[in-house]
Design a protein around this ligand. Structure first.
Ligand SMILES: *[C@@H]1O[C@H](CO)[C@@H](O)[C@H](O)[C@H]1NC(C)=O
Ligand SMILES: *[C@@H]1O[C@H](CO)[C@@H](O)[C@H](O)[C@H]1NC(C)=O
Ligand SMILES: *[C@@H]1O[C@H](CO)[C@@H](O)[C@H](O)[C@H]1NC(C)=O
Ligand SMILES: *[C@@H]1O[C@H](CO)[C@@H](O)[C@H](O)[C@H]1NC(C)=O
Length: 456
């Protein structure tokens, strides 16, 4: 009975806070002038052009061709790749995994680098339920991690990383941002053989952040307990307890959208579409940081989030491959509901039921610790993530040859903001060219205020 009461109370608090979040975004959208602003004819046209540019399977984008990769289960991944066949056999491979609320298109600035294109086979995939990839029944950790693992294994075979001559014929690097970073961290922890290096940017390591939150809460509770024994003489102790807790409170405020995603689905759908997509438009505007944001950029961001429209969903690649039926039949107007399910179905933390019982060779380190070399590039002015919660003590979760590089001037969308985009590009180039120089020197050459906060 007590447990039932506690759970009901918990759900009510979550719903109430979620509702507050929904209201907040609605009011913000009204205040910023997005909510009632019907798209002009020009904007509609620009969106149509952008969707054709990024999602028409019969067209290359900037030397990248579209591909559909079908798993044994029949699940269809969509990705783009610059590989033009036999000539690229020797190049190392890089797989880019985007986050919320994006698609492969978030990498368009990084993928445009001609020196990266020359030195590697670049693959940018759409996560399940996003962009041009198929939908899952639900976005449980097992479903998401299993499908991505099978994708990477298939890519390793197709692009000559693992061949008949043996595994690891050349290097494979995984680059993840936001949710792409969260799932890449899980892969680095639970399937580290998939890549030789993980480059991870602005996405939390959930077990580690959770442990930081619990530590800060319990420290501040202890302080309050001590202080209450002599309340008059321990005013400074109370304020210390409050300042200890403040990163948690700030993170809670930043996370209100996650609570809004727990609301009944019709409200979540409304958040994704209401006010002419104003919630998404606010995120898109913010993602550019100080970078100039034209109406074409706005259209490209929206095309990235929305994926193929009904028109593009009926196109074909040169090999006659098509988008999945789920995309054609259901998702063409919007994938928002599927994106929100990552926050509802426990993708970040729940057990990965893969038949293995998890007692592997490398079960040292705290729960969730990465087992592969990782380079974390972190925009410290992130509006969604508190650095004290996401970075403090992360050293315990990293293995040798790992680094944390802090980018003080950049926000959450490191693949888009101008300075961090270059830093990311250079980090990927460093990895594909054999990690010869010092990563700190490489990044400081293009981002002078970058700080290597940690090396292992
Ligand atoms: C999620 O989907 C899988 C099949 O794709 C199913 O086995 C599993 O029971 C589902 N989980 C939940 C919580 O619905
Ligand atoms: C499977 O799941 C277990 C437990 O969640 C995990 O430790 C293991 O590394 C997973 N990976 C693979 C590829 O089996
Ligand atoms: C896709 O691109 C091809 C080639 O440019 C074009 O002929 C076709 O009309 C486009 N399809 C759609 C649905 O826009
Ligand atoms: C887990 O796997 C290990 C090694 O494969 C095995 O020795 C152990 O008995 C298994 N434990 C359980 C509970 O299945």
């Amino acid at each position: 009975m007590a447990a039932w009461l506690l759970n009901t109370l918990k759900s009510l608090v979550v719903l109430a806070y979620g509702f507050t979040g929904l209201l907040y975004y609605g009011l913000a959208a009204v205040k910023l002038g997005f909510f009632f602003k019907k798209p002009t004819e020009k904007e509609e046209l620009e969106l149509q052009i952008a969707r054709d540019k990024f999602w028409n399977l019969s067209k290359d984008w900037s030397g990248f061709a579209h591909h559909i990769l079908t798993l044994r289960s029949g699940f269809k991944f969509h990705y783009v790749c610059n590989d033009q066949g036999v000539t690229d056999q020797d190049k190392p491979v890089v797989v880019f995994i985007h986050g919320f609320p994006d698609s492969w298109v978030i990498w368009r600035h990084v993928l445009s680098s001609s020196s990266l294109q020359e030195s590697a086979t670049l693959i940018a995939v759409d996560m399940p339920g996003y962009g041009g990839s198929d939908s899952l029944d639900n976005y449980s950790a097992t479903n998401v991690l299993e499908s991505l693992t099978e994708f990477v294994i298939a890519i390793r075979a197709k692009y000559g990383v693992d061949t008949e001559a043996g595994p690891r014929q050349k290097k494979l690097t995984i680059v993840g941002h936001d949710w792409g970073c969260v799932v890449s961290m899980r892969l680095a922890a639970e399937a580290p053989q998939l890549a030789d290096r993980f480059i991870l940017t602005n996405g939390p390591l959930p077990r580690h952040s959770g442990s930081n939150v619990r530590r800060l809460i319990s420290t501040s509770v202890k302080m309050v307990k001590t202080a209450s024994r002599d309340p008059f003489r321990s005013r400074s102790m109370f304020s210390k307890a409050f300042s200890t807790l403040s990163p948690v409170l700030r993170q809670l405020w930043k996370s209100k959208y996650i609570f809004a995603f727990q609301l009944p689905m019709f409200l979540v759908r409304y958040l994704g579409r209401g006010g002419y997509y104003s919630f998404l438009k606010m995120i898109h505007r913010g993602s550019y940081g100080k970078r100039e944001f034209t109406s074409q950029d706005a259209a490209e961001c929206l095309a990235s989030t929305m994926g193929p429209s009904t028109a593009e969903s009926n196109t074909q690649t040169a090999d006659g491959e098509e988008y999945s039926a789920s995309l054609k039949n259901e998702r063409a107007p919007s994938s928002f509901q599927h994106m929100a399910c990552y926050y509802r179905d426990g993708t970040s933390m729940a057990r990965w039921n893969n038949g293995s019982n998890g007692t592997g060779l490398f079960d040292d380190g705290p729960k969730g610790a990465l087992k592969a070399s990782a380079t974390i590039l972190w925009g410290k002015a992130d509006i969604a993530l508190e650095p004290q919660i996401c970075l403090d003590g992360i050293s315990d979760y990293l293995v040798t040859d790992s680094q944390l590089v802090e980018l003080s001037l950049s926000g959450h969308f490191t693949p888009v903001e101008r300075e961090s985009q270059v830093a990311l590009e250079k980090a990927v180039e460093w990895a594909v060219k054999g990690e010869k120089e010092d990563i700190g020197a490489v990044i400081k050459a293009c981002y002078p205020t970058a700080v290597v906060a940690l090396r292992k």
